[in-house]
Design a protein around this ligand. Structure first.
Ligand code: HEM
Length: 544
């Protein structure tokens, strides 16, 4: 019996391998027609099963073998682009193709070609199958295309308005102030990434649902992993996105699964219940002519009702479409947001650690913060007045995004191209000039000695900086993330500075160098690009 099962298993694996390599051969023959440099990999780097074991088991194993430094170990894992930087384009030019058994990937790093791709939206649609997992709660902005996407975009656009940005600003300032209080009394801090995730989740919960949570540092948080509330359930969902993608909610609802999977399922149920509650309350409030606050959820319900009959092509969004979009805002605006979307939180963690290693940049932004905010208490900071003037803080965001772009952008040639279908990967390192993290490169100033007021932010050449994407599918949360990031950086760095903790035998200069190296070597693609072990860079906060 056991032998038969084994034979069956080996035969299935053999059949799968034979089929994959047949597909690889076909894809290779198609790719050759383009006449551009090719790199061939035997397993699709977007295969979910392979993604679970690629960098964890097989790639390091092969790297140790004497012949193990070829295309397989260089390209056959998700997130290879960050380690490779601009090297492949340097060797092969603006265009090259990665041939896989799944599909061919065209890597593009020319701003002109990219602009063309972004502008010709119907020729290069979004490869929707890559975003299937974001459909958990209903169709949304991220998982639709064509006229349905246009309807979603029109209705959701009205939610990302200045009133919402004001909420983002004030909540971020409060959260950053409390996070700083926690960090400064709990030094050394090795929970930077966890705490910035909490900050981001709390900002989203306030701007998304009108629900404010007090910041709780890593060690202050309640123990236990049962998804009992909206916040915990969302965190559980975001932490387990890949599992959710592989298994789907239907399979997860099966009773006899391990506790971890049942907790995940319970989290999806709790999150949905929470959304239903807010939805029903807001509908009742609108019917009474007394709509509640201006958060993303209530704005979405209102905008949807104003747009006419739900479900029609030119009407409002259905209940499940509203849930789908709210989830995608959380997903995109927090940290997993997968391949698709992004979160300021990862960047905040990067920036905080990078700033710890760069004292001159801290002084540079603190100078601006004192000039713009003076000694005013945080309650008096004002979005309309202060945010646009904090250009150096915005430059920190731009520079962090330039080197650590969290969201990969992919386009497809769509089915209409039949046999020649391929996907386009927007390369992260577009003609990169320097790998040095230097935010001041984003600031124009005629006279450096003159007042900071004359400084402006550099506008990059169109198509050469696409961290939030470009064209019609540009990230709708761009301003949201800028406001959150700048408010948080302001809250942290006006009166405080941060340093890496010294290890035995180190001086501060050596410690800063070590932290920089850690950021560089220990960064990888989980769902987004993120630091893999930020706890290895403990930090100390000191009052200026
Ligand atoms: C620094 C932070 C952020 C970055 C770098 C970023 C980047 C991006 C990128 C590159 C895309 C396009 C993805 C693609 O075409 O595959 C995107 C889409 C999107 N982002 Fe963001 N994002 C950020 C923050 C946010 C926030 C805070 C929200 C919401 C609260 C958000 C909501 C969305 C949504 C809904 C989409 C899908 C738009 C569509 O397809 O029409 N993002 N984002």
């Amino acid at each position: 019996m056991l032998l038969s099962v084994l034979i069956l298993f080996v035969s299935l694996c053999g059949a799968w391998a034979a089929y994959s390599w047949y597909c690889l051969l076909l894809n290779y023959l198609r790719a050759r027609k383009f006449g551009i440099p090719l790199r061939v990999i035997p397993i699709s780097h977007e295969n979910p099963l392979w993604m679970v074991v690629d960098k964890k088991i097989f790639i390091p194993l092969f790297e140790r073998l004497p012949f193990g430094n070829g295309n397989f170990t260089r390209y056959n894992w998700r997130g290879w682009e960050f380690a490779d930087k601009y090297r492949s384009h340097f060797e092969m030019g603006d265009l090259f193709m990665l041939v896989t058994p799944g599909r061919n990937w065209l890597y593009v790093c020319s701003p002109d070609i990219l602009l063309d791709v972004f502008q010709r939206k119907s020729d290069f649609p979004r490869p929707l199958e890559l975003f299937e997992m974001v459909n958990v709660f209903g169709p949304n902005l991220s998982t639709t295309d064509g006229p349905t996407w246009q309807k979603h975009r029109k209705i959701t656009a009205s939610c990302f308005n200045e009133q919402n940005n004001e909420i983002v600003w004030s909540e971020s300032v409060v959260q950053a102030r409390d996070m700083l209080r926690y960090w400064s009394t709990n030094s050394p801090v090795n929970s930077t990434a966890d705490d910035t995730r909490t900050l981001s989740l709390n900002v989203l919960s306030s701007a998304g649902f009108g629900k404010s949570y007090k910041f709780q540092g890593h060690n202050e948080e309640s123990l236990g992993n049962v998804a009992t509330s909206y916040k915990e359930s969302l965190q559980t969902i975001l932490d387990n996105c890949i599992l959710l993608m592989v298994l789907g909610t239907r399979l997860l609802s099966f009773e006899y699964l391990p506790v971890k999977l049942r907790t995940l399922y319970q989290a999806t149920v709790t999150f949905k219940q929470y959304m239903t509650e807010v939805y029903e309350n807001e509908k009742r409030a609108i019917a009474k002519g007394k709509p509640t606050g201006r958060n993303l959820m209530t704005s979405l319900i209102r905008a949807s009702q104003e747009n006419g009959e739900p479900g029609q092509q030119d009407g409002g969004l259905t209940e499940s479409e509203i849930y789908g979009n709210i989830f995608v805002f959380n997903f995109a605006g927090h940290d997993t947001t997968a391949h698709t979307l992004a979160f300021a939180v990862v960047l905040l963690a990067f920036a905080v650690v990078l700033l710890a290693a760069s004292p001159s940049v801290q002084d540079w932004i603190s100078q601006e913060l004192h000039c713009v905010l003076g000694d005013r208490p945080t309650e008096d900071w004002n979005y309309v007045h202060d945010f646009p003037r904090l250009k150096r803080c915005q430059a920190v965001l731009m520079e962090t995004l330039r080197l650590y772009t969290p969201v990969p952008i992919a386009k497809s040639t769509g089915e209409k191209h039949g046999n020649s279908e391929f996907a386009i990967q927007i390369s992260r390192y577009l003609k990169i000039h320097s790998l040095e993290w230097r935010p001041s490169r984003w600031i124009n100033t005629e006279d450096p000695d003159e007042s900071l007021r004359n400084e402006t932010i550099t506008t990059p050449q169109k198509g050469s900086f696409v961290a939030w994407s470009e064209g019609v599918r540009i990230c709708p949360g761009k301003k949201f993330s800028q406001v959150e990031f700048v408010a948080s950086i302001a809250g942290l760095f006006r009166d405080w500075r941060v340093e890496p903790v010294l290890q035995k035998g180190e001086d501060l200069r050596m410690a800063r160098k070590r932290v920089m190296e850690l950021v560089e070597k220990d960064t990888g693609q989980v769902l987004l690009l993120q630091m893999l072990h930020p706890e290895r860079a403990p930090l100390i906060w000191r009052k200026r």
